[in-house]
Design a binder for this molecule. Structure first.
Ligand code: ARG
Length: 303
């Protein structure tokens, strides 16, 4: 194949996906300020939006929070390795996530020509939560998402960027896990996809080989057998939770340049896709159902 052939086959692979995803909502979980200067994620997000795709962003910020707790000399207590979020800690969590990380993302997206709107789970009671375990302090478990508010701001044409803080029963801010927030938002929105960016290749098998496409049941087994551990657990759980309302969920390698574009617009992607079932006999690289679906819709046929 010469270069022109390669380029046209890449385009032919991408076009049906572009066609199909237009008008659909994708929930994308990104890290915090760890998105370094050379990171292409925000550029990709602005591209998606310009193609008529609706990206809804949820960001983390654990590393920034740890840094600022240290800088400000706020000492935390730990119970079995888990940080207790007391009042002073929660104050820093709020300052860092809403004051720093969220606004940094907004200004970076705006600088790239996007129109971004930052919001935390406190605004308009976007994310309702209750205290998960009193021992851990102000850590929340999500009880409800204000879908009407979310649909309004997405419908107004903004790239919505959500800081993972919940509204507690008495209106107090609660600390939430960002992967969990992304999973719950994707499920409630019945988004087309949940895409979680990570800093590893994806989910690996016991030989360290990338698993490109697995079923929800396989993902459960991997957690049970401890093949999936540490920071990957909340990501896989978020995917499993989202699968109640979402067709395809993805944990992708955010270190790869333009990981989002590659995952979305190629057959093979750059990470692990988790779906309810893995269709039997259908090579995962051939996403025939998309092509059929998208042709059906464009002909104005039944949805
Ligand atoms: N681009 C297709 C999609 O977004 C396929 C992605 C496949 N990814 C994978 N990790 N196996 O659905």
């Amino acid at each position: 194949m010469d270069e022109a052939d390669m380029l046209s086959s890449a385009l032919l692979e991408a076009l049906p996906y572009i066609n199909y995803f237009a008008g659909k909502t994708l929930v994308i979980k990104v890290g915090g300020s760890t998105l370094g200067s050379g990171d292409t994620t925000l550029q990709d997000i602005v591209w998606l939006k310009s193609l008529g795709i609706e990206p809804v962003i949820v960001h983390g910020g654990g590393a920034d929070i740890n840094l600022w707790l240290k800088r400000l000399g706020v000492e935390s207590r730990f119970i079995q390795g888990l940080r207790v979020t007391d009042e002073p800690t929660m104050e820093v969590v709020r300052m860092v996530l809403v004051g720093k990380v969220n606004t940094e993302l907004i200004s970076a997206i705006n600088a790239l020509g996007g129109r971004a709107l930052g919001i935390s789970g406190l605004d308009g009671g976007l994310i309702q939560a209750e205290i998960e375990d009193p021992q851990l302090g102000l850590v929340g478990r999500i009880t409800a998402i204000n879908l009407e508010l979310l649909n309004t701001i997405v419908g107004a044409g903004y790239i919505v960027v959500i800081a993972p803080i919940g509204t507690g029963p008495a209106g107090q801010p609660l600390n939430l896990n960002a992967d969990t927030v992304a999973g719950e938002i994707a499920r409630t929105l019945r988004a087309e996809k949940l895409i979680v960016l990570s800093d590893v290749a994806g989910i690996l098998d016991s030989n360290g080989q990338l698993l490109s496409h697995i079923s929800a049941a396989q993902a459960q087994e991997l957690i049970q057998s401890q093949a999936v551990s540490g920071g990957m657990i909340p990501k896989v759980r978020a995917c499993l939770q989202a699968l109640e309302g979402v067709k395809r969920t993805h944990i992708i390698d955010g270190r790869v340049p333009h990981a989002l574009i590659r995952e979305l617009f190629t057959d093979r992607g750059v990470g692990t896709m988790i779906t309810q079932v893995v269709p039997n006999g259908l090579a995962p690289s051939k996403n025939i159902e998309y092509l059929l679906d998208s042709m059906k819709n464009k002909r104005g046929g039944a949805k």
